[in-house]
Every structure is written in structure tokens, then in C-alpha cells.
Design a protein around this ligand. Structure first.
Ligand SMILES: C[S@@+](CC[C@H](N)C(=O)[O-])C[C@H]1O[C@@H](n2cnc3c(N)ncnc32)[C@H](O)[C@@H]1O
Length: 252
């Protein structure tokens, strides 16, 4: 049976990377790892599957992609099936916790914009980086992307973001990486245009679907999510950036 529509799958089906981030930036970071074809990668919260497909197609990596949301996993499944590198990608529709529990140490973990990447409800970046570091081989890489606080927001802005997420600052990410035993190899902040494209596309897709399906059973939930995201970024935009970090676990 087809999965039901939700705000995130409407938004992410229309985007390439489901974040304020473009694929060339992801490519540049992965190229910097120097990983050879056949290296093993885990893409946690693969969303529409575009990054997992890219890792397999452009870098020859053997990819496990994990996605919890059934509607999103359907989109990823379609993208993977259409890829010439589909034989190098395994999609697991489950929580990352189940995958991390039985996967051998990895050459690369990708977690971009994944709220709960360890799958245990832990939202704090420091605890997440420490846990993910434990799943890397010595010399392995973590490509970590998330919003960061760039200035202290008014209390209601912090509260609305923290309904679903926990962020730290750029300095906080460096500190968390150090504490997790990870070296920060590169760090880059997405331009405002990437944020505008991400939020604008997501909102436009959701509103277009609502205009066409005003009476759908999912309409109220889609409208509520679209309104929440729009308001969050209208008030929060001056206090957050999206940042991508390439982190490395030392060889010894
Ligand atoms: C913002 S999207 C990003 C998708 C993709 N990483 C990208 O950058 O294009 C985050 C995705 O992570 C998924 N997700 C969040 N927590 C998860 C977990 N514990 N296990 C598997 N998927 C998860 C969500 O369902 C969502 O599709």
C-alpha cells in the first residue's frame, strides 16, 4: 500500500538535497576523504536518497541508506531503483538505531539534517557526535550537517526550534567534535541563497499540494507543518545558519 503524504515528503521530493545545501558542496567534502570505490558508507536519514545515490554513483562507495519515514523511504526507493549504481545501495526502512546496532565500523557516516541520527532520542550534538564516532573505523569520516546558532535568539525563537531539534554554535560543534575524539577537517556555512531555496521550495510545494487537495485527509497536518516551518524560519533566520562539517577519527 502506498504511504500517506506528509509535509516533508512533499518538500523533499522537489529538492535534490533535503537541506540548505547543494550537491557540489557534498561532493567536495566527500572527495576530500579520498575514499576509494568499495569503501563502506552509511547515510543516516537519507530522505529522498539523493546523497546515497551520489555516494554510490560518483564515488563507487557501498552504501547503506537508512530512512525511518515510510513515505520518504518510498521516494528514496524510487531514486535508488533508477540509479545505475543501485546494486551498491541498500535501503533500510527503519530507525538508524536498529542499523547501528549491528553494522560493522564504517569508512564514512553521513548525517545531514537528521534530527535524531543515533536513533535513541538523543538530540544534543555532543552526545550524537560521540556516539557516531564509535561506529567509525580508525581513520573513518563523519560528514555532519545541521543548523547552528549564530546568535542568541529571543526565548520564543529558541523554544520553537527546540520543539523538534537541538543545535549548538560553530564553536560548540568544534568542542563537541574534540570531545568525541574527532578532528575537524573542514567546515562550511551555506550561503543565505541556499537557505532561501530550501525554505522557499519546501513551502511552495506544500502550498501547491494543499491547493490541489484541500479535502485530503492529510491536508490539516500538511498545513500545520508548513505553517510551523515557515514561522520558525521567518523569526529564526537571523539566528541560524546551516553548516557542513567533515570530521575524521584519527588512525590511532
Ligand atoms: C532533513 S531530512 C535530510 C535528508 C538527507 N540527509 C539530505 O540531506 O538530503 C532528514 C531525514 O532523516 C530522517 N530521520 C530522522 N531521524 C531518523 C532516524 N533515527 N533513523 C532514520 N531516519 C531518520 C527523517 O525522516 C528525514 O527524512
Amino acid at each position: 500500500m502506498a504511504s500517506s503524504i506528509n509535509y516533508h515528503c512533499l518538500a523533499y521530493a522537489a529538492l535534490e538535497v533535503c537541506n540548505p545545501l547543494d550537491m557540489p558542496t557534498v561532493d567536495a567534502a566527500v572527495a576530500r576523504t579520498g575514499l576509494r570505490p568499495g569503501a563502506r558508507a552509511l547515510d543516516i536519514g537519507t530522505g529522498n536518497g539523493a546523497i546515497a545515490v551520489r555516494l554510490a554513483e560518483a564515488f563507487g562507495l557501498e552504501v547503506t541508506a537508512v530512512e525511518l519515514d515510510p513515505a520518504m523511504a518510498d521516494i528514496a526507493r524510487g531514486r535508488i531503483a533508477a540509479s545505475a549504481a543501485a546494486n551498491r545501495i541498500r535501503l533500510r526502512q527503519t530507525s538508524s538505531g536498529a542499523v547501528l546496532a549491528d553494522i560493522a565500523p564504517l569508512d564514512l557516516i553521513v548525517a545531514t539534517g537528521t534530527t535524531d541520527p543515533v536513533g535513541d532520542g538523543q538530540l544534543e550534538p555532543a552526545a550524537i557526535l560521540a556516539a557516531l564516532a564509535g561506529h567509525l573505523k580508525p581513520g573513518g569520516w563523519l560528514l555532519w550537517g545541521d543548523l547552528i546558532w549564530t546568535a542568541e535568539p529571543p526565548v520564543p525563537v529558541r523554544q520553537i526550534f527546540e520543539l523538534t531539534n537541538r543545535f549548538t554554535t560553530h564553536e560548540g560543534t568544534h568542542e563537541a567534535a574534540r570531545a568525541a575524539g574527532l578532528e575537524v577537517v573542514s567546515a562550511g556555512i551555506s550561503p543565505q541563497a541556499a537557505m532561501d531555496h530550501y525554505i522557499g521550495t519546501a513551502d511552495r510545494e506544500a502550498r501547491a499540494w494543499l491547493a490541489e487537495h484541500p479535502d485530503a485527509p492529510e491536508a490539516a497536518a500538511v498545513r500545520a507543518a508548513a505553517d510551523r516551518v515557515k514561522i520558525t524560519f521567518e523569526f529564526g533566520n537571523d539566528f541560524v545558519d546551516f553548516s557542513l562539517y567533515l570530521l575524521r577519527k584519527p588512525l590511532i
